[in-house]
Design a protein around this ligand. Structure first.
Ligand code: M6P
Ligand code: ZN
Length: 186
């Protein structure tokens, strides 16, 4: 299969805000969109009732979702906690498991959590200039451990797809919690 011919294009990425110009899709995730993800259910319900904060947004320049294409997007993950647990993305495996991804930290700080279906797990500290490599077969989730938005750029294969269901069933291997001494991995 060959990829749909596209004309070359360029995008303007603001490293501080994550703004991508132009973008063709913008996805918002509020706390109510990720109810099962956090350990403290009552803290989550309280926050949802109190205004259901925006946890993160993804700006993307869409290209055909097919072999050969590369999808570029930025994620702005806002600061906050649910109980002691830092705000995070839903996290996903790629539907096509043998596809990887590259993350580039732009602003703020946090972690890139990774795990495999065989029980492997890893946590990469992320910040400006740090490139996190997501190998094929590894689920990935990001966590904001700072006081400002954690912003990163990502590139992944067009055919990868997002499998959220597996993580909704199994949960993630590690959680990142706020403690007196700083972020703690559990
Ligand atoms: C990165 C990429 C996107 C992903 C986004 C948010 O930008 O991996 O594909 O959508 O993070 O993560 P999630 O889809 O798990 O909510
Ligand atoms: Zn991905």
């Amino acid at each position: 299969m060959t990829a749909t011919p596209l004309n070359p294009f360029s995008l303007l990425l603001d490293f501080r805000s994550g703004a991508l110009q132009p973008y063709t899709s913008r996805t918002e995730r509020h706390l109510s969109d990720m109810k099962g993800a956090y350990a403290d259910r009552s803290a989550l319900e309280h926050l949802v009732d109190a205004g259901d904060p925006l946890v993160y947004e993804v700006l993307q320049y869409d290209v055909p979702e097919e072999v050969g294409q590369l999808i570029c997007c930025t994620t702005v993950l806002h600061p906050g906690t649910v109980g002691d647990e830092y705000f995070m993305t839903k996290g996903h495996y790629h539907s096509v498991r043998e596809t990887g991804e590259v993350y580039l930290g732009l602003c703020g700080r946090g972690y890139l959590l990774l795990m495999t279906e065989e029980g492997g797990h890893s946590a990469t500290p992320m910040g400006p200039g740090i490139v996190g490599y997501v190998p094929p077969y590894w689920a990935h989730r990001t966590v904001n451990t700072g006081e400002e938005p954690f912003v990163f750029f990502a590139v992944y294969p067009g055919q990868a797809g997002h499998d959220y269901g597996t993580i909704e069933q199994s949960g993630f291997a590690q959680r990142v919690l706020r403690a007196a001494e700083g972020p703690v991995l559990k």
